[in-house]
Design a binder for this molecule. Structure first.
Ligand code: ZN
Length: 166
């Protein structure tokens, strides 16, 4: 089932997501819904916060073929290395793409959709995307990295879009 994606500056995007205690059927349903919502959008990553669920769950697929779904429950980034700049976008900030500097290599751990722990080590777009989604779990949106002026412009642009959509 597709879920509705919160739009910046919705205060729901500022929520701090709580760790998942048990990966049960309800969490798996959330994961399936998030994957469906992400593919439908279409986007390359989605955090549960973005569909109004403040739990630490993210889904990512940076493949061109759209067949490499990665699920991270309670993701933790342990090591970061090598800063680089990537143009980022966000399903909660439609139509906005801006350059953000982040570490390009990360190492971390998470639980999979069966609740089994795993470690990951990745770089490039996947590493950037995971960090972007983990930020969401901490109430952070990529536009927070931009200048105040840019943030104001983005806010105005989205407000205008929403007025036009009504
Ligand atoms: Zn995002």
């Amino acid at each position: 089932m597709q879920r509705q994606i919160l739009r910046y500056p919705d205060p729901g995007l500022r929520a701090h997501a709580a760790p998942v205690r048990v990966v049960d059927e309800q969490v798996r349903r959330l994961i399936d819904d998030m994957a469906e919502t992400m593919y439908q959008a279409p986007g390359i990553g989605l955090a549960a916060i973005q569909v109004g669920v403040p739990q630490r769950v993210i889904v990512v697929d940076v493949s061109n073929e759209r067949n490499d779904l990665r699920v991270f429950v309670n993701p933790e980034i342990i090591e970061r290395d090598g800063m680089g700049v990537t143009e980022e976008g966000c399903l909660s900030v439609p139509g906005v793409f801006e350059e953000v500097a982040r570490p390009q290599k990360i190492r971390g751990r998470a639980l999979d959709r069966d609740g089994r722990p795993f470690e990951f080590e990745t770089e490039g777009l996947l590493a950037v995307c995971i960090q972007h989604e983990v930020d969401h779990l901490n109430g952070k949106v990529f536009v927070d990295y931009l200048s105040r002026l840019k943030q104001q412009r983005i806010r105005k642009k989205l407000e205008k879009q929403q007025r036009l959509a009504m």
